[in-house]
Design a protein around this ligand. Structure first.
Ligand SMILES: [Mg+2]
Length: 316
């Protein structure tokens, strides 16, 4: 039974020398530093029915081209422990270099026990968004990883060539981007096509450090030319969270979202009413959330998923 953090402070608390100061309302569980955790937040780990895990910087690190993925310490074991307990596991990356099923196969090849449909990308939520909006023809700036889920959803995908009539433009991982692609996409947006971006992240975490996100860079040029802002379908958008909740079959308060990027997973989780866990193994660091108000901080901050697994086990 965890200690009740709302109870009046006892005259002496010798067993908890590192206990944090009382947190403001809404900040329950935020301890401020890795290693000091609110018992109430730790105990909530066992009440959750699903975990949505970020990939780069949380479960794995790869190189600048997002290849050569290596599991981070505790990542394989965390997924296994959740499976054993009957907790649903999803992986949500903002990367669209590969279709979700191909990404799942890569993850299985390095030891993760993950089915094809456990992996979600911004293309997964783009497909949901486009179907809901009634988009039938979509110009895609990217490879199979960007177009695959749209094709699977029955949407006609067109390359960024010439001047076709399309309902939407969707930009993802596209290192091959050039002026002809830009012209085709800008013409489509000028003609009134909806404009979607997989991710507005400046960087993703790689083993070689920060690598530029292509969707952000490409969309910046299209936005500058057309004056139209893209709708983000990946993290931290509500579209991405909604797609994950559908796939995992849970409500927001039953879901933990775990990630390393202070701009992505924690904001998405807090805005959507999910349990937010920050890891310091990628883009963020221990002080990344210090400037935020209580309602925007993570419920837990840990050094990595190995530390999260230890807390999860300790809560059982
Ligand atoms: Mg990440």
């Amino acid at each position: 039974m965890p200690a009740d953090p709302a109870a009046p402070a006892a005259p002496a608390a010798p067993a908890a020398p590192a206990a944090p100061a009382a947190t403001p309302a809404g900040a329950a569980g935020f301890a401020g530093t890795p290693g000091a955790h609110d018992p109430e937040a730790v105990s909530r780990l066992r009440e959750l029915r699903a975990f949505l895990l970020d990939l780069d910087g949380t479960l794995v690190l790869g190189d600048r081209r997002n290849h050569g993925l290596t599991p981070l310490p505790g990542a394989l074991e965390l997924v296994d422990a959740l499976h054993r307990d009957g907790v649903a596991v999803g992986v949500l990356t903002n990367g669209t270099a590969r279709p979700p099923a191909a990404q799942a196969a890569v993850l299985r090849s390095i030891g993760f026990d993950l089915a094809d449909d456990a992996v979600l990308t911004p293309a997964s939520s783009a497909a949901e968004v486009c179907v809901r909006a009634g988009h039938e023809r979509v110009m895609v700036l990217g490879g199979d990883g960007v177009s695959g889920p749209l094709v699977d959803a029955g949407i006609e995908v067109l390359p960024p060539e010439g001047h076709p009539k399309v309902d939407a433009v969707f930009v993802g991982w596209f290192r091959e981007f050039g002026m002809d692609h830009l012209e085709a996409a800008a013409n489509a947006v000028w003609d009134g096509a909806a404009f979607y971006s997989a991710s507005q992240s400046l960087f993703f975490a790689s083993a070689e450090g920060r690598a530029i996100g292509t969707s952000r860079a490409i969309c910046a040029v299209i936005k500058d030319l057309t004056g139209v802002r893209p709708t983000i379908v990946g993290k931290p958008s509500r579209h991405a969270l909604r797609t994950a909740l559908h796939r995992l079959g849970v409500r927001p308060r039953e879901l933990a979202v775990v990630g390393d990027d202070p701009e992505l997973e924690v904001p998405m989780a807090r805005r959507g009413g999910a349990f937010a866990v920050a890891v310091n193994s990628g883009t963020g660091h221990a002080g990344s959330f210090d400037h935020l108000g209580a309602a925007r901080r993570p419920h837990l901050i840990v050094d990595g998923v190995d530390a999260l697994l230890a807390l999860y086990r300790s809560a059982g």
